[in-house]
Design a binder for this molecule. Structure first.
Ligand code: SAM
Length: 155
C-alpha cells in the first residue's frame, strides 16, 4: 500500500466531557481533548486508481470542496438508535467514497459495525463487503442495507 495523504476530520465536539484523572485545573498532568481525528489514505499498487469515466459521480463543486483535506463534520447523532457507541457519520463516508471510488467499485469495511459504510456504499451504487466480529451489529447492518435507511443529514 502506498500512503497517499491524510484528511483531518474536525468533529467540533467541544462539548465532550472533561476528564481530569486527578489533575483538574493543575499543571501536573492536564488531559488533552481532541476535537478531531485523521483519515489515512493508502493506495493499492499504484497511486492512481483506474476507473471508467462514466463511473465518476463527483460534481466539480464536491471535488473542489472534498480535496481540501480538512473536513468539518459533526459526529454521528443516531448512535442510540442503532445501539452502537462509535459510529461514523454518513456524511463522512459519503465524502470519502465519492472522492476515492468509482461507481460499481467494491468497498470493504472489515470493522463495519452497524453498517454505515455499507449502507452509504449501496446508496452510492458501489458494491460492498462489511465484516464485524459482532453478530448483533452485522444483523443491524444487514437490515440497514436491505431497507436502505439513510439519514437526511448526509448531504
Ligand atoms: C468503531 S466501530 C465501527 C463502527 C462503524 N464504522 C459504524 O459506523 O457502525 C469498530 C467495530 O469493529 C468491530 N471489531 C472489533 N474487533 C474486531 C475484529 N477482530 N474483527 C472484526 N470486527 C471487529 C467492533 O465490533 C466494532 O463494531
Amino acid at each position: 500500500m502506498i500512503w497517499k495523504g491524510e484528511i483531518l476530520w474536525e468533529k467540533n465536539n467541544y462539548n465532550c466531557k472533561y476528564t481530569a484523572w486527578g489533575s483538574w485545573k493543575s499543571p501536573s498532568s492536564p488531559y488533552l481533548k481532541y476535537t478531531w481525528e485523521f483519515l489515512e489514505i493508502f493506495s493499492k499498487g499504484d497511486l492512481k486508481h483506474q476507473g471508467k469515466k462514466e463511473n465518476i459521480d463527483i460534481s466539480a463543486e464536491e471535488f473542489k470542496k472534498f480535496v481540501i483535506a480538512k473536513w468539518s463534520i459533526a459526529p454521528e447523532q443516531n448512535m442510540k438508535k442503532y445501539g452502537h457507541p462509535a459510529m461514523f457519520p454518513e456524511k463522512l463516508v459519503r465524502q470519502a467514497l465519492k472522492l476515492f471510488s468509482f461507481k460499481n467499485d467494491i468497498i470493504l469495511d472489515p470493522f463495519n459495525g452497524v453498517g454505515t459504510t455499507t449502507a452509504v456504499a449501496k446508496h452510492l451504487n458501489r458494491r460492498y463487503i462489511g465484516i464485524d466480529i459482532s453478530k448483533k451489529y452485522t444483523d443491524i447492518a444487514q437490515k440497514r442495507v436491505n431497507e436502505m435507511i439513510i439519514e437526511n443529514n448526509i448531504f
